[in-house]
Ligand binder design. Structure first.
Ligand SMILES: NC(=O)C1=CN([C@@H]2O[C@H](COP(=O)(O)OP(=O)(O)OC[C@H]3O[C@@H](n4cnc5c(N)ncnc54)[C@H](O)[C@@H]3O)[C@@H](O)[C@H]2O)C=CC1
Ligand SMILES: O=C([O-])CC(=O)C(=O)O
Length: 271
C-alpha cells in the first residue's frame, strides 16, 4: 500500500488525513510533519485507524512513497526539490510558489530526471479540466476574479501594502488587478488557484487576476473566463470557507482528496 507523508497539518492536511483514516483513500497514512508540534498532536489524536509518526521533513522524505505539501509557498521551495531528488511523487497545494520561473523549471526538470510525478489539484476552482482541454489549441485570454469576505484576506501582503483595515470595508473593494505572477505574491494564501490556472492555460504573465473584498459575502467566490479557438468557457464557484481557516475553501481540501483517489484508481475520468 502507498505510504503517504503529509507536510502541513492544518485544514487541508487534516481533511486529507481523515479521508485516509476513514478508508475513503486506499493508502497508508505513514508520517506527518508540521512546524508546529501541536498541530501534529491534535491531528493524530483525531484519527481512529492510523497513528502516523511525527517526523522531521528529512525523515519523512526518506520513509514515504508519496509526499503531500499542504503547508505554505515557502515550504514548497524547501521541501519539493528535496522530495523529487529523493525520488518521491509529490502533490503540491501551495501552487503559487511556482510563479517563480527558476523554481518551476527546476521542479519540472527534477521530476523528469528522477522519474517522479508532480500533482497540482484543481483546488478551490472549477474548470481546470476545460482549460487543460482548451490548451491543446490556442487560448487567447484567461481571467480569474476572486471575491472573498474581507477577513478572509487578512494578513495578505497586498492588504498591508495598501494600508487597508479590512474590518472597516463597507462595500465591494477591488484590492488587486494584474497578472497571476504578481497576484500569488500579493495574496499567497488566497489565490494559489491563479497559479494552477496559469499552469493549465497560458502562463503566469498572460493570466489576469482580480481580487475583491466583499463585505456582503459569506462565501469565497471564484469566477474564471477563458476564450480561445474552442470557444468560451465560464465557471463560478461559491465556496464555503473552512471554519478553521477562512482563507481556504472546503472544495480545495476535497480536490486534494479526489486527486489522491484518481491517482490510486485504474479508472480515470476527466482531462
Ligand atoms: N491550491 C489551492 O486551490 C489552494 C491552496 N491553498 C494553500 O494550501 C496550503 C494549506 O492550506 P490550509 O491547510 O488551509 O492552511 P493552514 O494554515 O490551515 O495549515 C497550514 C499548516 O502548515 C504548517 N506549516 C506552514 N509552513 C510550514 C513549513 N515550512 N513546514 C512545515 N509545516 C508548515 C502550519 O503550521 C499549519 O499547520 C496553504 O499554502 C494555502 O494557501 C489553500 C486553498 C486553496
Ligand atoms: O480556498 C480558496 O478559496 C482559494 C485559496 O485560498 C487559494 O487558492 O489559495
Amino acid at each position: 500500500m502507498l505510504k503517504i507523508g503529509v507536510i502541513g497539518c492544518g485544514f487541508i492536511g487534516g481533511q486529507i488525513c481523515r479521508a485516509i483514516d476513514k478508508g475513503v483513500i486506499n493508502a497508508e497514512l505513514y508520517a506527518l510533519s508540521d512546524s508546529s508540534k501541536n498541530k501534529v498532536l491534535e491531528l493524530t489524536s483525531s484519527l481512529k485507524r492510523y497513528s502516523p509518526a511525527s517526523m522531521t521533513i528529512e525523515e519523512l522524505l526518506k520513509n514515504v512513497d508519496f509526499v503531500i505539501e499542504s503547508a505554505s509557498q515557502k515550504a514548497v521551495r524547501l521541501i519539493v526539490p528535496q522530495a523529487l531528488e529523493a525520488g518521491r511523487d509529490v502533490m503540491v497545494m501551495s501552487v503559487g510558489a511556482l510563479a517563480d520561473e527558476e523554481l518551476r523549471e527546476r521542479l519540472f526538470r527534477l521530476a523528469e530526471q528522477n522519474n517522479c510525478k508532480l500533482y497540482f489539484p484543481s483546488g478551490a476552482v472549477a474548470g481546470i479540466d476545460g482549460i487543460n482541454s482548451a490548451s491543446a489549441a490556442e487560448i487567447s485570454s484567461v481571467t480569474l476574479t476572486t471575491r472573498k469576505p474581507p477577513m478572509g484576506l487578512a494578513g495578505a501582503p497586498q492588504v498591508e501594502a495598501l494600508g487597508i483595515k479590512l474590518e472597516t470595508i463597507e462595500k465591494e473593494t477591488l484590492l488587486f488587478e494584474g497578472p497571476a505572477s504578481e497576484a500569488v505574491k500579493a495574496f499567497p494564501a488566497n489565490v494559489n488557484v491563479a497559479a494552477t490556472i496559469s499552469l493549465a492555460g497560458i502562463g503566469f504573465e498572460r493570466t489576469k487576476v482580480r481580487v475583491i473584498a466583499d463585505p456582503t459575502l459569506s462565501k469565497n467566490v471564484h469566477e474564471i473566463t477563458v476564450e480561445g479557438e474552442f470557444g468560451k468557457l465560464s465557471t463560478r464557484v461559491e465556496n464555503l470557507p473552512s471554519p478553521e481557516n477562512p482563507k481556504t475553501s472546503y472544495l480545495a481540501a476535497l480536490s486534494a482528496i479526489s486527486t489522491l483517489k484518481k491517482i490510486l484508481s485504474p479508472v480515470q475520468i476527466g482531462t
